[in-house]
Design a protein around this ligand. Structure first.
Ligand code: SF4
Length: 340
């Protein structure tokens, strides 16, 4: 029996970025562009970070994407230096896949509740206790946890990879997100033993408040990230990763969508579909703790000022023990090679 590794509200930091004047924003953007050019560096940003950082990534020839594409993009780009705007496991993944490149992040304090909730020593004991199972870990884990795995998956490819393993008759040990694990187990019918971590952002979406919101917007489509609870997932018209949510928003006929994922994605959703309306799924209602209020406090640390200072001071470099890196590369490479 695995203990509950979800973080308590008091364990989640509050992060409230400064609201910048137009003049300060422009000055920071100029400093960042200069630094990227001087360092021959490419900026790779996640959909959940500050919209200004996302725009800069695109304007300077970098990319904005989900964690799977971020990993692939950094590996394939010819820049000597990768600047990863996201949370720490994303910087670590970039370094594992490109050990010859220097990888920096705006801040190494940008954590993830799933990564924190999967301590490597305890996870190793769990694997030891279940030697007959194929170990599949979500990308939101440390390099040490990845090094213990047979497969790494993201929310874009987790379902397809588990389906493939189940078809080969393999029993699975899954970590760390219990909601995503339960969703995949239910969809595939695979035999999955679940670790018990959770994303503090997606776990806060509330079923009852969402049902109330649907009564207000009866024609709205509901788009849900599978790190949300099963009851919220059940209400979705489309369930998927950030990239899959973007695709559903473009393909479904609705003009309005209620979206249960980090509000950072709304920047891209509104750019991609300017004639559609996107509403945040509620994190209030019965039992609400609303610590993140639909925005990851660690992703929020990736803002212009932090990024400019890290580039100028050369801070936030990611280092991985080369032995751990080599071991973690194997399950990561399996994911990247998996036909999509
Ligand atoms: S949104 Fe959730 S899964 Fe993503 S980095 Fe933040 S805590 Fe981790």
């Amino acid at each position: 029996m695995v203990r509950d590794y979800s973080l308590k509200p008091a364990e989640v930091p509050l992060f409230d970025p400064e609201v910048l004047t137009a003049k300060k924003r422009e000055a920071l953007r100029t400093r960042i562009k200069r630094q990227l050019a001087e360092k021959n560096a490419v900026l790779i940003a996640h959909y959940y970070v500050d919209g200004d950082v996302q725009d800069l990534a695109e304007e300077t020839g970098g990319c904005v994407s989900d964690s799977l594409e971020m990993a692939r993009y950094g590996r394939d780009h010819d820049a000597e230096t990768l600047i990863v705007a996201g949370v720490r496991f994303m910087g670590e993944t970039a370094k594992i896949l490109s050990p010859e490149k220097r990888v920096f992040m705006p801040t190494l304090e940008a954590e993830c509740s799933l990564d924190i909730g999967c301590p490597p020593d305890e996870f190793e004991a769990f694997c030891r206790d279940n030697p007959d199972r194929t170990v599949v870990v979500y990308a939101n884990t440390s390099a040490r946890v990845k090094a213990l795995a047979d497969w790494v998956v993201t929310s874009s490819v987790g379902l397809a990879i588990v389906e493939h393993l189940d078809a080969r008759g393999e029993k699975i040990l899954w970590a760390p997100d219990k909601h995503l694990g339960a969703y995949i187990a239910e969809k595939t019918g695979a035999d999955m033993l679940l670790w018990s971590g959770a994303c503090i952002v997606h776990e806060e979406f509330k079923f009852q408040a969402l049902a109330d919101m649907q009564r207000i917007y009866p024609d709205a489509g509901v788009l849900v990230h599978p790190e949300s609870s099963a009851r919220v997932i059940e209400m979705a018209d489309a369930v998927g990763s950030t990239t899959q949510i973007l695709k559903a928003a473009s393909e479904l006929p609705n003009d309005t969508f209620i979206v249960a994922t980090d509000r950072g994605l709304f920047h891209k959703l509104r750019r991609a579909e300017p004639n559609k309306t996107f509403i945040e799924a509620p994190t209030a209602g019965d039992g609400a703790t609303c610590r993140s209020c639909a925005h990851c406090p660690w992703m929020a640390m990736n803002e212009l000022e932090t990024l400019a200072l890290a580039l100028e001071n050369g801070t936030g470099e990611v280092f991985i023990d080369p032995e751990i890196g080599k071991r973690a590369m194997v399950p990561l490479q399996r994911m990247l090679d998996f036909p999509r």
